[in-house]
Design a protein around this ligand. Structure first.
Ligand code: SF4
Length: 352
């Protein structure tokens, strides 16, 4: 018998997501249709291996299906700790289900995050769903009516940089800051570009550069610094890849990703992944139905997948030599840059 983890969180992607966002670090997998009994069996499979189990029925869109209230109660019953809702919501549900936002408020949700990619055309295109922009704006109004403050994250790359002016216009015109104040909440909006994994890895070529930072409207730049508690945009967006290339070329370190409080993602075919990077083949620990939880947890603890092996055993100077671009001006945080190299390197192990 494996020793027990002090806590373990398992998230089953029961129904997927209505969107196909182009920046999505979780990638674009088909939506599935497991039933509540499947969630029970996933929880039972992991329970013997942890002191405290927490169960979620989603890791892409929360509250996607009509049985969301029953699933919330089921997750609570299956968990040893109270489930947290987080400051996330289902936008399509928010605009179609009048019970939903009062229910979120009852769960203690006071802020909810909405994602914009610029104006209507850009946001619809990047969300991958027609009318996404209209639904997002409508959600913001309904949130405020229900005493929940909208918070906007704005995703940016070289393609939509010039559309950020439309976001500033929207926020000023709708006066979200003053309206949040009337419900006793602070208003936040921030711009970022996300980690370079999942679907967002395909946008590597249009990641913003240090020169692009000056093109972020000052209004959004100020709000971004306030949100992250930073003094310069470089602290938020990171350094050019060329800087990391030089630094990591001298770095012989590795990082053991195994935790005593792991979080696992289980897709609708019951393939299991650690929540280290996108759920893609290089991180797949096994299949819960055919391999069982013991073998999966053993693979996790042993860093047996190409992704975990690369993180734990391949020195960073080798990663950067194999996968880095020495003259790239694209901005990365240090962690995102290493994560990008780890994924690229690990794929070479699968393809070898
Ligand atoms: S970013 Fe969120 S909403 Fe968009 S596709 Fe991914 S999981 Fe769905």
């Amino acid at each position: 018998m494996l020793s027990r983890f002090s806590s373990l969180t398992v998230c089953l992607d029961m129904y997927g997501c209505p969107n196909r966002c182009r920046h999505c670090w979780l990638g674009h997998a088909p939506n599935g249709d497991p039933c509540p009994d499947d969630l029970v069996s996933v929880a039972e499979a992991f329970r013997p291996y942890t002191e405290r189990l927490t169960v979620y029925d989603w890791y892409r869109e929360p509250d996607f299906r009509d049985n969301y209230k029953d699933l919330w109660n089921l997750c609570d019953t299956l968990s040893d700790t109270p489930c947290k809702h987080f400051e996330l919501l289902s936008v399509p549900r928010a605009v179609r289900d009048p019970d939903y936002l009062p229910w979120l408020l009852e769960r203690g949700v006071r802020y909810a995050q909405l994602t914009l990619f610029g104006g209507k055309k850009m946001t619809d295109r990047y969300t991958g769903r027609p009318h996404a922009y209209d639904d997002i704006l409508h959600s913001a109004e309904l949130l405020l009516e229900n005493g929940i403050a909208p918070r906007f994250q704005v995703f940016v790359n070289r393609e939509n940089l010039r559309d950020l002016g439309a976001v500033e216009t929207l926020i000023r015109k709708r006066d979200y800051a003053a309206r949040c104040k009337t419900i006793g909440a602070d208003f936040s909006v921030f711009v970022h570009q996300g980690s370079c994994d999942g679907a967002n890895e395909a946008l590597y070529g249009i990641r913003i550069t240090d020169e692009d930072l000056a093109r972020i409207p000052p209004f959004l730049a100020e709000h971004t610094l306030a949100y992250f508690g930073k003094t310069s945009l470089s602290d938020v967006f990171g350094q050019p890849e060329s800087v990391w290339y030089r630094e990591l070329s001298e770095d012989t370190g590795t990082q053991d990703p195994v935790s005593d409080t792991p979080v696992f993602y289980v897709n609708s075919r019951f393939d299991v992944y650690p929540n280290i990077s996108a759920p893609e083949p290089i991180w797949r620990l096994g299949n819960l139905r055919s391999d069982g939880a013991a073998a999966i947890l053993d693979a996790y603890r042993s860093n047996r997948t190409p992704g975990q092996y690369t993180l734990a055993a391949v020195p960073r100077n080798q990663l950067v030599r194999t996968c880095g671009t020495p003259d790239s001006h694209r901005l990365f945080t240090r962690g995102d840059c290493i994560g990008y190299y780890v994924n690229r390197f690990a794929r070479t192990l699968i393809n070898a």
